[in-house]
Structure formats: structure tokens, C-alpha cells
Write a new protein. Sequence first.
Length: 623
Amino acid sequence: MSLPSTILGFAFFKMIREHLKVPFTPQEHTVLVVIASSLGLMPFTIGTVGILPAMEFLTMVSENGPFHLGWSKLLVWSVGVSFLGVTITLPLRKRFLVQEPLPFPFGTSSAAMIGSLHRDSTIAERILLAQNDLDNVGNKAKLSTGDDTEGFSDESLRRNWARNNNFILLSFCLAALYSFSAYFMPQIRTVDIFGSYMARTWLFSLSTSPGYISIGLIVPPVTTFWIVAGCIVGWGILSPIASVRGWAPGPVSDWESGSRGWIMWIAVALILGDTAVTVFTMLLRTLSDVLPYATNFLSSVSESLCLGKRKSHFNTEDDSEPLLGCSERPTPFLHTSSLSYKDDGWSAKAYLWWISIGLIFCFVSMFILFGSSVPFMALILSVLVILPLSHVNIRCYGETGTGGAAYIAKIPQFLFAFMISSSDPNAILLSLAVAGVVEASVWQAAEMMDEFKMGHLVNTPPQSLFYGQLIGSLAGSLISMLVYRLYTTVFHFPSDGFPMPSAHILISTARLVYGRGLPPRLIPFGFTAAALGAAFKILKDSKRGSKLSFWAPSSVALAAGMYIMPEMILAQGIGGLIHFGVLRHWGHTKEAALISLATGFILGEGLFSLVTMLMQSLNVPHL
């Protein structure tokens, strides 16, 4: 989200620069990107693609559903989950930027692009110093300043920013034309490239959406490769097996009785295996950092007490040295950065106040929506779970550029099964609500830390970034709520156009926790998938930095290929082929152009979808 915001923000202010009394600085550019990124993140944070449609459209009457949220309750939910992730990031900022610096590939790439666009060499110098810090603390994760940002930091980007701006405008117009044409001629939205039988029976067709193709232009080609591989395994192999053998006797497209729902469970198992390894290793690493520090601290206190006793008994002048300086063992994770660090100037008391405000918003919204059916201890436990899981997700995002919020959020669903009885008619709804709160906070925490990394490299005051995050989150929650309700009013959910895969995974996990809804013959396949997911994750982590790790299967990418429709995956595959071809021919120097094209496609189709939604509500006829 930050890279397109960087390009668009600079292009806009470049057009109006003659009307500005003062120059548009890199620091102001960073705050603009933070506000835009925070706003753009909110549809995922408040759960418009997962939690909300799961509660409103997928819960059954026996589960006290469907749980429809009116405008007032939707507002309460949106605002209630919008701030906790932002506030809990504050006290962790210094740890992950200075004491234990992580690469944060997207934040670093955005900072490099800002430096190139503004021709500010000091930003490039700060990025190089940050790379030295990573080397000093032994973090071998590759920072995106070399090959990954070559297209952002070289002279060609400085000279040709106008060309990239033209790419945005051109692709925006093409996507808008596509959206307008597809409304009147819906048949152009998909192409039966494998014939009508494959499209009708096994759902293998190709979407012509520029937005889906754009995903392949942005996502690394190796990730797209494994997503397509997951599509082949899931939809091309497992789906026919489950259907032909009678394990999923319904139509392939049916989530309940068809093979689509059956392979979705395989995707969930892959994700859970990957997530289990991620959480376990991150917790071990965190403990390995904290325990020596705690031991050192306790040892210092103990020696201080001993010195104090000796001083009282013998009253010698030699004991006048600082007591806490008696231990020569260094704090294991404290690192002195060679990069100047702007302190936010806030005390621990201020941090506590901000976190308390986020908690109050969250708690009040839960009680307004669910009343006394929410166990108070479940809310307390959710807060205790959010803190370590946010730490885990920040590490994951900072090292690899990919977070696992949607998957990590499934962990509390299993934990809270011990607190919310299966006999409770609200059990499924409460499980979804808890997952929604955790996912929102964990997702926000990682994204916000990435933005703090960008601001750290550009030397932007952290308080400005924090207030920008608050502004973007509040505005984004309101806008996302309005757009979500407009979509659910005009269109039918779920449908072929809106299959809601994330919502199905969430509610399936909630039912799995309480022993409901498992299709036949799933257990052996599910355990195998979970074991493979864990093995793939271990392989990637143990060989990090090598070619084997680079090409090792990604469990999350494989799972995505299984629960997303083939028409979308194949479109992304086309974008991935284009991306791969550009990298092979020009290297990373043309990636800025690809991002510009993708940005225009996504914006054009997204904005004009609002126009077509209005036409739909006015019953404008199709051709």
C-alpha cells in the first residue's frame, strides 16, 4: 500500500507545486504516505473482507445468525477495532528500529523511492547505515536497498518520474474503460480458455480484470508461481478427486457440499501448519532475547544488594562505584545504532494512556455489540494474546515483508474454545468477534511498524507519523464502513462476483474449534497438509538467504491458490509472467514502471466500480 501511495502523492504535489508557497519535503511526503496507507489498510483491519461478511452472511440460525449490523453497530465495530493496533506499536518502535533492527522491505523501498523522487542523497545514506546496523546485529535478512530498490534509487527514476506518472494515468483510463464496458457486456469479465465444460464443471476460466493482473505485477514472481501451483494442486487435482469419490458430492462451487469447500479445509491446514511453526519459532527467539536480559537484570540487582550489605558492614570507600555497573555482561538485544534516532518524547505513562484509550474503544464496542454474552475474562485474555502475537507478526513482517495476521488470528479461536462453551448459542459469533479484534490489532501493528521504519529512514518526527496513523485509521474506518454497506446493499453476497473466501475460512475455523462441519475423509488429508505446511516453513527459515529458501514452497501462497477462484489466480499468473519477463530483461530498474501500471489499474477499476455500483442500483440495463 505504501509504494502506490508514494507515487501518487508525489505526482499530485508535483502537479500543484507552482501553487505551493513552500517546497514539498520528504518528511511531509512520508506523513502523506502514512495517512494514505493507514486509510487504505482499514478495509482489512475492520474485516470487510472476512469477519463482517462471515457474521452477516454465513452464520446459521442455530448459531444465532445471521448477525446483521445496522449502521450504528457497524460504526461502533469499525471505530472500536481501529486504534488498538496503532497504540500498541508505540512502545515497540525503538526496539525494532534501533535495539533489534529489522529490514522491513516495503518500508525501506518506500523510503528509497521518496529519496529518489526528492533527489535527497541523505536518505540513501541513512538506508546504507541501516544496512550496516543489520549486519552488526547479525540479521542476515536482505534489506531492500540493493537489487530490490535499484529501480527506485538510480538516476533513471529521477529523470523519468513523469513517464511513470503517465503510466498511472494511462492504466487508470484503460481500467476505467474496462469497468464501464464490462458493466454493459458482463460476458467479457471471464474467458473460457479451457472450454465451456472446464469452466462450467470445474470452474477453470480466466478473469480479464486488470486489478487481478496487477497483483502479479506487484507480488514477487516466485510468490505468484506458488499461488498458481496451489491452484493446480487444489482445483486441478484434489477437487476432482474429492468430487469423483463422493467426499464432496455437491456442485464444485458449493462451499458446504462441493469440492470447493473440501479443498478450502486443506488450505486451512496448510496455513495452520505454517502459522504454528512461525509462532513457535518467534516465541522461542523472543524468549532467548528476553531471558538473558532478565537474568542480567536480576544478577545486577542481586550484586547491588550484596554490595549494599558489604557497605553497611564494612563502610569501605571502594564500594562507592555505581552499583548497577558491577556486571560486565551486556544486555543481549540492545544495539547502538549508527543511524540517528528521533525519540518521540513520550514517557511510559503516555504510552500507557494511549494503549488504554485503544483498549477502552475496543472493550466498549464489544459490550455494545454483544452485551453480557462476551465473557469479561475472554476480553482480558484477548489483550494478553494480542501483545505477543503483535510482536510475532511485526518480526515476521519486518524480516520477510509478509505478515500472517489473518492466520495468526486463528490461534485465539482455539484458545477461547476453553472459555466459551460449545453449548453457548453465541459461541461461533464470539469466536469470530475475538478473531476480528486480534486480526485487526496484529495486522495494524505490523503495518504501522513498517511505516515507522520508513519514517525512521527519512528522518521524519515519529509523533507526526503516529498522528498521521490515527487520522488515516479514523477516516479509513468511516469510509470503509460506508463502502462496505453500499456494496452489501447493491450486490448479493456470497456470489460468483463476491465469493468471500476469507470469510469462509474464518467461519470454518470457528466451526472446527467446536467440532462442527468437517467433511468426510478430511482428517488424513488435513494432517498431511498441516505437516507439509510446517515442513515448508521450517525449510524456508532454516535455509534463509540461500537459493533453496528462495524457491522453497510457500505454504501461505499454496493455500491462497486453493481457496481463491482459478479465474483470479490465472489472471495473477499472467501478471506474474509479465513481471518475471521484465526482471529477466531489465532487472529491477523497471519495477517502478510496473508498480505505476499496477497502481493505475487498481485505482481505475476500484473507483469506477463505485460508478457501476450506482448504475446497478439505478437498474441501468445491460446489453
